[in-house]
Design a protein around this ligand. Structure first.
Ligand SMILES: [Zn+2]
Length: 648
């Protein structure tokens, strides 16, 4: 306990330098604060179970009255094989552990009571037990605020799908995510409160959170928000009801979720530093310490570029949690002011995959998931896609590439390319993620394709315009839950262009841009045969005519997307040409006065989404390929495979 208190004080020491009050962040609320939570919960560490009470204060900002109030009971997704989650997850590699016969593998959330104005309320489950519809007993009018008292108990599953415990029989790590009964979102006159699906994330209103967690004193806690007690050595708050427990008092403002993680304080530690007014706490395990510096640097890269491209990170704290390897499933996840990173112990090539890419990605979520907070269930791409786009750009600025040797580089967009082409034509980006065909298609539609779509938009409108589009979108819609149509409108307004054809192809369609050089030919120009002469017809043997041989190049469009594309050619007479094919037909042939010695389709890289770069260029004489070339090809293929395996 001594040690724990000392570590906590270390962090607080830095705060005391500034005027920051952990219990009061913003004088002026940044969000509408529609759903506010006061939670008291006590953890049964050996049982990985929890008892809690909460008061939800909720304001009806819809346009109609409502007599119902849905609560997410997310942990019920892990109750057994009959849940929607389990059925959808069956067969997915990530979720195999769910089939275990051990009762400790499963989890649940059981409501004990719900009441309002002193009256006990009942209700019924929704699509499955992950949603409970409370009958309020009366209509709550627009503008009215209600207070719901909820008591529950829950048990965490063995870690899967972001939450749960890991370790030996006793467990030595617990991720407390999706752990409390949580309000749905009332928009207009409709409640949005979907069941917990295997391939969806979340949607919630902003608010304030005051959370009191009673934990065994041997545990160290990482958490959303700031801690408000433990101000001095003597100020530890013991739990009067539970010997050896201490109460952690936590506070957060203008966030829409709350999560925490615990480990015995002997098995992890943290390092804190300040970056542009943000207190960053990096939690690490001693055996993974080699990742700590990498994660700390990545946190700086992400905070810097997020602030420059979108808006400054507004919260006073940010925690980065290095999750133990055996808790894979809880890693690589975002919560407001807290992210779980991934680490790697064996990394001979220093690939910028796990410690860097994952940390940058999860912190990137602080903007799209955290501040913009779009509906991830219905429009996952607005979060995962934009965050993936941010990740590749921030990595490019911060590190140049994912892997680089003296002669070989793997670009920061390599993962998105590889992933997109695994399943480019299954589901459109704008499709709700729980309706995608399978996990692979979800990853394409929510992550890889939208990231490439944004790169495609940038190639079309140019970098300065793109930066303006993204910044305008982020600033106008921070804390306002934008929809896809809001982004479309901002992009069209800022660029002054009608982008409807672009959205149709890339957002709402599943066609691909696949144009290639199909054939390069040389045609002898001959002259001869029966020729007219003053003496009548005379025969001359056919022979090559001036100016000599001609070049032909045939382009094909194999994909459904039609777009004008540039072709650059160099001819045998050393002249160069640039021409444009409108791409409307399935094929076209261009003819030149001299044979083609080299050709490149899309030479300016206007189409990052062009499928076949291998057949987008042509050389009459192959280059000499020596040892370096082939060794790098092998290395590159290997790197690509390794990175393709780590999509987070
Ligand atoms: Zn993500």
């Amino acid at each position: 306990m001594q040690r724990l208190v000392k570590m906590v004080l270390l962090a607080l020491g830095c705060w005391s330098l500034g005027a920051f009050d952990p219990g009061h962040w913003f004088d002026k609320p940044k969000s509408p604060r529609i759903a506010n939570y006061r939670i008291e919960a006590a953890l049964d560490w050996p049982g990985k179970a929890l008892e809690g009470r909460e008061t939800i204060s909720w304001r009806n900002t819809g346009t109609a009255a409502t007599a119902e109030f849905p609560l997410h009971l997310y942990l019920n997704a892990f109750k057994g094989p009959q849940t929607i989650f389990a059925k959808e997850a069956a067969g997915e590699r990530e979720f195999r552990r769910f089939d275990a016969r051990d009762p400790r593998s499963y989890g649940y959330c059981r409501l004990l009571s719900v009441s309002m104005d002193g009256r006990s309320l009942d209700g019924h489950f929704g699509e499955d037990e992950t949603v409970y519809w409370v009958r309020l007993g009366r209509a709550v009018a627009p503008g009215e605020t209600i207070r719901l008292e909820v008591a529950w108990e829950s048990r965490f599953p063995r870690v899967l799908a972001r939450t749960g415990w890991s370790g030996d029989g006793q467990g030595n790590f617990l991720m407390g995510a999706q752990w409390f009964p949580k309000a749905g979102v009332y928009e207009g006159d409709r409640w949005i409160c979907h069941a917990y699906h295997a391939r969806t994330e979340f949607y919630a209103d902003f608010g304030t959170y005051d959370v009191e967690l009673s934990l065994p004193n041997a545990l160290l806690l990482a958490h959303v928000g700031a801690q408000t007690n433990f101000k001095t050595q003597e100020d530890v708050t013991p739990d009067p009801k539970r010997k050896l427990n201490v109460i952690w008092k936590l506070h957060a403002e203008d966030v829409h979720d709350f999560a925490w993680a615990v480990m015995p304080s002997r098995s992890w530690s943290f390092k804190s530093f300040e970056y542009r007014g943000v207190q960053v706490l990096c939690y690490y395990q001693p055996e993974n310490k080699s990742n700590l510096e990498r994660q700390m640097f990545a946190a700086r890269v992400a905070l810097r570029h997020g602030a420059e491209w979108f808006l400054p990170y507004p919260y006073p704290v940010l925690s980065v949690v290095d999750v133990p390897a055996e808790a894979h499933g809880a890693d690589g996840m975002e919560y407001p002011t807290l992210v779980t990173a991934s680490s790697t112990r064996f990394d001979p090539f220093a690939l910028r995959g796990e410690p860097e890419a994952v940390t940058v990605h999860e912190i990137g979520h602080q903007w799209f998931y955290g501040m913009l907070a779009s509906n991830e269930v219905e429009e996952a791409w607005l979060d995962e896609g934009f965050t993936s786009w941010f990740t590749q750009r921030a990595l490019e600025r911060g590190y140049q590439s994912l892997f680089s040797s003296r002669r070989f580089q793997v670009g920061t967009d390599a993962v998105e390319h590889l992933t997109y082409w695994l399943a480019p034509s299954v589901d459109p980006i704008s499709w709700p993620s729980f309706q995608t065909r399978d996990f692979r298609s979800y990853v394409v539609a929510a992550y890889a394709k939208p990231a490439m779509m944004l790169a495609q938009l940038e190639a079309m409108i140019g970098r300065p315009q793109m930066e303006l589009v993204m910044q305008t979108y982020a600033r106008e819609f921070a804390f306002r839950h934008p929809k896809g149509r809001d982004f479309r409108r901002v992009a069209e307004r800022v660029t002054g262009r009608d982008l409807s054809a672009f959205w149709k192809d890339w957002l709402d369609g599943t066609d691909v841009l696949d144009m290639a050089i199909a054939k390069v030919e040389v045609r002898e120009v001959m002259e001869g045969g029966w020729m007219d002469s003053p003496k009548g017809a005379a025969f001359a043997a056919p022979q090559p005519a001036a100016p000599g041989r001609r070049g032909l190049i045939t382009l094909v469009r194999r994909g459904g997307i039609r777009a004008p594309i540039t072709l650059w050619v160099r001819l045998e007479d050393r002249s160069e040409r640039r021409l444009t094919w409108d791409g409307q037909d399935r094929w076209t042939t261009f003819e030149f006065d001299s044979p083609v010695t080299a050709a490149v389709l899309d030479p300016d890289g206007n189409y990052p989404m062009l499928k076949d770069r291998l057949h987008a260029s042509y050389l009459a004489k192959p280059l000499r390929r020596g040892f370096h070339y082939w060794s790098q090809m092998v290395m590159g293929a290997l790197t690509g495979l390794l990175q393709g395996a780590g999509i987070g």
